[in-house]
Design a protein around this ligand. Sequence first.
Ligand code: HEC
Length: 121
Amino acid sequence: MKHSLLIAGLGIVSLVAVNSASAADAAKGEAAFKKSCGACHSVKAGEKKIGPNLAGIAGRAAGTEAGFKYSEGFTGVSWNAATLDKYLADPKASFPKTKMTFAGVKDAAERADIIAFLGVK
Ligand code: HEC
């Protein structure tokens, strides 16, 4: 009896470990964000860079930071994990006239990490 409980318990622990290894990793996302996005974007509220501020980007409608001059047509989606994933994979496919001069993040796992870091669901 004691034995089977112990074995069941170990099974749960290893399942949890496997799950968290494959899930998006916000800490890795932070490093990737610094490397690929940080030159143009800040996640500190109010800090201005070349690109729009990304604090509170989750659920925000695209193209709506007050005072930022977006390119023509940068509108029509609200930022969730799916729209942001699509945008980051190939920015020009979502917004042909975007002035975000960035080729995109080709690695899906890296995109998921960045999206987790930004708190977008
Ligand atoms: C070379 C500068 C640059 C880099 C690098 C860059 N961006 Fe951007 N980003 C911009 C600009 C400029 C815009 C505004 C786009 C427009 O108006 O067409 C933008 C727009 C965005 C938006 C839309 C924001 C809104 O208010 O709707 C998101 C989200 C975004 N970028 C995320 C990222 C992420 C995540 C990365 C890194 C993987 C990244 N960007 C890399 C310059 C950059």
